[in-house]
Every structure is written in C-alpha cells, then in structure tokens.
Design a protein around this ligand. Structure first.
Ligand SMILES: CC(C)(COP(=O)(O)OP(=O)(O)OC[C@H]1O[C@@H](n2cnc3c(N)ncnc32)[C@H](O)[C@@H]1OP(=O)(O)O)[C@@H](O)C(=O)NCCC(=O)NCCS
Length: 151
C-alpha cells in the first residue's frame, strides 16, 4: 500500500536521493530547489504506509500555459512494476487538469522501453523527436521522443 502526496521545496534533498537511484545523471538538491521555485512547478511523492513512511517514487512537473510538462519521474529500482509509475502519472493528470492545463507533455529517450510502455498505456503519443538529444554513458547519442496527450 502506498500514498501519493504533494511535496514542496523542503523535499528537494529527498527528491535528489531518489533521482540518483533512478537515473545515471543525478540532479542535486539545489537543482530540485531551483526547479520547485519555478512558477507552476509541483512535486508528488509516493510513500509507504509504514511508520516512518519511506519514499518509493516521485514526479516533478510544471504547468506552463496550456501545457503540463513532466520534468522528471522515477520509481526506486526495487519498487518498479507495481504500478506506482502509473499512479504518479495519474496524479499529475488529475492535478494538471485541476490547474487548468489542456495538454500533458514529456520527453523520453527512444530506448527507454519501460517508460515508453507506461506512457503509451497512459495514452501519450509521439508528437516530435529531438535527434541525438541524449548522450549515453558510452558516448553514443540517443533521440528524445516528445510525447503528449490532451487532458
Ligand atoms: C519508467 C518508470 C517510472 C515506470 O515505473 P513503474 O512503477 O515500474 O511502472 P508501472 O508499474 O506503473 O508500469 C506501468 C506499465 O509500464 C510497463 N512497464 C513497467 N516496467 C516495465 C519494464 N521493465 N519493461 C516493459 N514494460 C514495463 C508495463 O506495461 C506496466 O503495465 P502493467 O502493470 O499493466 O503491466 C520506472 O521504470 C523508472 O523509474 N525508471 C527509471 C527512471 C526513468 O526512466 N524515468 C522516466 C524517464 S522519461
């Protein structure tokens, strides 16, 4: 069992710890502070119901005009495949709709199969491509797909 709750700037250090476990290129707490100070920026964290609660995953997103953009989403390695990613995205969809956004947008590396499956399941479709946008560990470039859905 888990709960997805909104998080504020005080969560920056915890978000950085989770991000480091989810991505090769870690963002530090200062980066999350800067992100969360941007107008229209929000974070949500999935927590266990244990006492004390342990974080399981996060999403940071931003409303800009008609768009809600997912800036980063991650579920801790040992917690994947339990539909937390789906719950986090659903939370964004509900909150962004409430905030008046009309479209959900995000970017994903072309080779990120788990994320692409999740996004397809949530009815996001490819609307653009940035060629060679990501640099992989061994130096090869990878395209970023821009995906979107109406809200
Ligand atoms: C992408 C990510 C957030 C998905 O989180 P998750 O909690 O494992 O996802 P869910 O359990 O909600 O899975 C939703 C669907 O995605 C698909 N999926 C999840 N993991 C998958 C995998 N390893 N391979 C293929 N498909 C997968 C499944 O179809 C699943 O649906 P199902 O439960 O009906 O089978 C997680 O893998 C992650 O944190 N990855 C590292 C960070 C990252 O890449 N973030 C996205 C950057 S754009």
């Amino acid at each position: 069992m888990s709960a997805v709750l909104p998080a504020g700037i005080e969560a920056a250090a915890g978000l950085a710890l989770m991000h480091a476990r989810c991505f090769d290129e870690a963002w530090d707490a200062k980066t999350f502070q800067t992100l969360l100070r941007m107008p229209g920026a929000f974070a949500h964290v999935a927590w266990t119901h244990a006492e004390p609660a342990e974080p399981l995953g996060f999403v940071v997103w931003r409303r800009a005009g008609d768009d809600a953009e997912v800036i980063s989403i991650g579920v801790l390695p040992g917690q994947r495949g339990r539909r937390l990613g789906r719950r986090l995205l659903r939370t964004v969809i509900l909150a962004a709709t409430r905030e008046g956004a009309r479209r959900l947008v995000l970017e994903v590396a072309e080779g990120n199969a788990p994320a692409r499956t999740l996004y397809a399941q949530m009815r996001l479709t490819e609307v653009g491509r940035r060629r060679g946008y990501y640099r992989k560990a061994h130096g090869a470039a990878e395209d970023a797909l821009i995906m979107a859905r109406d809200l």
